[in-house]
Design a protein around this ligand. Structure first.
Ligand code: ATP
Length: 193
């Protein structure tokens, strides 16, 4: 999957709409301290379904919404859109929006979807919110000092199989629920005999 464009509105310091084209190859973000370089990477991860506010340097998810400055009032929502070309040349538009007091909503090519659908879409394409394709500050030292289990998770993310683990976990949960139902059914039948 090739991410081609990133559009932000009201996300952290990006109060005004910003539209960035991402060209093929390695992309670096440069600029003075505090200009919003990390915020850009966080916008990508957030739209990919990041569910941990702490990993976005906030206490709660609403902290990603522009909080206001001395000269500008705070915003009521933040929206980030990712445009990408999937393996089969299909164009994909993923939008995540959060409104104060209303939580997050996702759209995939204009259709309402769940956070899980978006996370799996990117995990299957090996570009998820925790993908090693996104190299944020401290990431390199984190890779070097990672425990073997953590390193394996990075490799699995890079190989695009992280989504399979999610599906396996869900299937196991459903299996356990079905086993409980079957057991209960068996007990009811035995009671009637
Ligand atoms: P450095 O080079 O120092 O790491 P950076 O370019 O990565 O900096 P960021 O950390 O992305 O910069 O951006 C920090 C700026 O974003 C700060 O000025 C901070 O006040 C602003 N910021 C973060 N969250 C919000 C928010 N919710 N509303 C408004 N501004 C915010």
């Amino acid at each position: 999957m090739q991410i081609t464009r990133l559009r932000l509105t009201g996300f952290k310091s990006f109060v005004d709409p910003a539209d960035l084209r991402i060209e093929p190859g390695l992309t670096g973000v440069v600029g003075p301290n505090g200009c919003g370089k990390s915020n850009l990477l966080e916008a990508l991860r957030w739209a990919m379904g990041e569910s941990s506010a702490r990993s976005l340097r906030g206490a709660g998810m609403e902290d990603v919404i522009f909080a206001g400055t001395a000269t500008r009032p705070q915003r009521d929502f933040a929206e980030v859109a990712i445009y990408a070309v999937a393996g089969d040349d299909e164009e994909v538009e993923v939008v995540r929006r959060i409104e104060r007091g209303a939580g997050s909503a996702y759209r995939l090519n204009g259709r309402d979807v769940r956070a899980r659908d978006v996370a799996l879409l990117f995990a299957d394409a090996a570009t998820g919110a925790h993908s090693p394709a996104l190299v944020s500050q401290n990431r390199i030292s984190a890779v070097i000092s990672a425990k073997p289990v953590e390193r394996r998770a990075m490799l699995e993310e890079a190989a695009g199989i992280a989504g399979l683990h999610v599906r396996r976990k869900e299937a196991e949960t459903r299996l356990r629920a079905t086993e409980t139902n079957l057991q209960r059914l068996g007990e009811l039948i035995a009671d009637q005999d």
